[in-house]
Design a protein around this ligand. Sequence first.
Ligand code: T1G
Length: 694
Amino acid sequence: MTEHQTVRTERHGDVALIVIDHPPVNAMSVAVRRELAAAIAWVGHEPGVRAAVLACDGRTFVAGADIREFDAPPEQPHLGDVCTALDDCPRPIVAAVHGTALGGGFELALSCNARVLAPDARVGLPETKLGLIPGAGGTQRLPRLAGALTALELIASGRQLSADEAMKLGVVDEIATDLRAAATALARRLADAGHRPRVRDRAVPAVDRTALDTVAAAIRAKARGSLAQGAAVEAIGWALDMPFDEACALERARSRELRVGPQSRALRHLFHAERMANRLPATEQNLHGWAVRQIGVVGGGTMGSGIAVALAEAGFKVTLIEASPEAVHAAEARVAAVWERQAKSGRLTHAGHRERLGRVTYTNDMAALADCDLVIEAIVEDVAAKQAVFRQLSGIVRRDCVLASNTSYIDIDLMADVVDAPERVLGLHFFSPAHVMRLLEVVRAPRTSGEVAATALAVAKRLGKTAVLCRSGEGFIGNRLLMRWRQVCDFALEDGALPHEVDAAMEAYGFAMGYFAVADLAGLDIAWAVRKRLAAARDPHARYVKIADWLCELGRFGQKTGAGYYRHDAGKRLPDPEVTALIERASAEKAIPRQPAAAEIIQQRIHAAMVNEAARALSEGIAHRPSDVDVVLASGYGYPAWRGGPMHEADIIGIPEMLHRVEAMHAAYGAGWEPAPLLREMAAAGKRFADLNF
Ligand code: T1G
């Protein structure tokens, strides 16, 4: 047995074992690549060795190339060279995969002569999520096993395959609980048969090129400005039309070209930002929170039922509370409907369906929450109603039960004020649909304890949520910025644009949907209620657009009423002359000469409004760092992730230019649009937002 820094080799009779041990995820740093290449060479010439197993210690098989090396020039041996060494090794090598073999990790496994997976292992090529394509033969080997269509869908989406799915696709050879033993036995069988199957030697199965072109066109359309997906389409074409080595050379070049480009840098920024956003302050990082097994949800409407689904899917026992037997029944039906849809589409097995249904109980008796470790209130956005619930909970639950509100705007302190132990109150702001949207704002009030915050973050991780820790203040981070950029959209209407033109400008920027389309989808009445609640505090000198109020007064709440900013007819969203007339009336009332607005100006002002309001939120301590804002906007508000988020983008544009744009907006919009002091300070000091991301 030879000891190395990150890779060791062992002899088990005539089968060698190569073990990578490079915490936390066995990423393929240059050191690992060097030592793995040496280990493969050793397997190839060590007397008495007939075959080998490639395995990893720790939590997972190789989770990919080492992202931390991406900003530096690549060093040899490249991962593709190591994969070639596996191809060329004269003795069969079997990959023993546990955890998540992703990107370069999966490419290593595909370069082995066979693959054995643990039952809960997952594999995938998520490079496009980092603005890349696989660069070590993944786009060439996967189609040879799974076919071009499936490979394209997997690479363009970056999604992971479960062990069962991978087995069904013929991408792996065996699933085994005793992983290394099974891999060793398979390696020995291959040696006995004198068999060394190489994926590269297989032909790509024939594919209906018309079908492939249709899938490719859909992928390109969905990319909305992101380059990696189009590159994945090209690479699959190379697999079909070129010799393996020639195609691999093109793939490596394209992957490298993307890696140094702005989109991959932006996506890598978000990758690291997501891992900073859920960190407690340094003084509290030793806290791990309390154990949470049973969770109560008060309110079984759209949000409450979605939260209950998310919790049950993560394995928690859930008690869902509603006010009356009828409401309880309706909440149960909402939850059941989600899983029925999943079962019908084949995404949920019968066993899984039954298991999830069994995790949720429903009642209108709040006393049922007595043993909960966490209770999430998800009732109507009304302060008095929320305070009544928290006051009642305070008398029912244990003192070490965390009390959370799913409120999207209201100051958490107002709930903390009415409970016996305010340090256990915080906000858990889910986004609708709660069992789908990744973002979760974890909102600390001034009195929220570190233990309670740590507890909530641990629950968020178990839910698979992208958690962003922030402080309590009107709208927290996301909705606070939304309140500002929606004003820019409203001003654009008064100044001359129409809803579909503003939305087109946002879609051209990379948003999946524009503001007005989203507003119609979510319902205009929600923001209307917020505006009415804040009306008394509104600055009388600030420009205020009445169009949204007029629409609501007409009962035009959006898609749910068939009309909002658009007319909704048979699933179609159509410009509505009635709305155009309302908009023209608003302009006329203020004697604004309507002028068409260039899409670029609309885009710039929406972005500048976000950045300026975020600068204010940073100065107030509501957001802890600029990259947290990027995470919130990219994972909860449709901001194009390949731009890295508004703050990352502001650094690219330059803070002095950002200040100039905000000053121009202030000149155009007047009171309330002054540049944030932090923006001025940064421009004067030559600072970037990246300098504040610590
Ligand atoms: N490189 C370096 N560090 C990584 C890493 C990676 N690939 N993946 C994770 N980490 C760090 C992460 O920053 C964190 O560090 C710690 O590991 C735990 O991660 C040539 C070019 C594997 C599913 O895209 O999806 O291969 O903050 O908090 O929630 O074709 O990490 O503790 O200091 O996320 O359990 C392709 C990215 C790369 C996988 C684990 N691979 N990683 O999730 O833990 S490109 C990926 C993940 C590539 C080749 C191409 C997840 C995970 P710290 P974590 P987790």
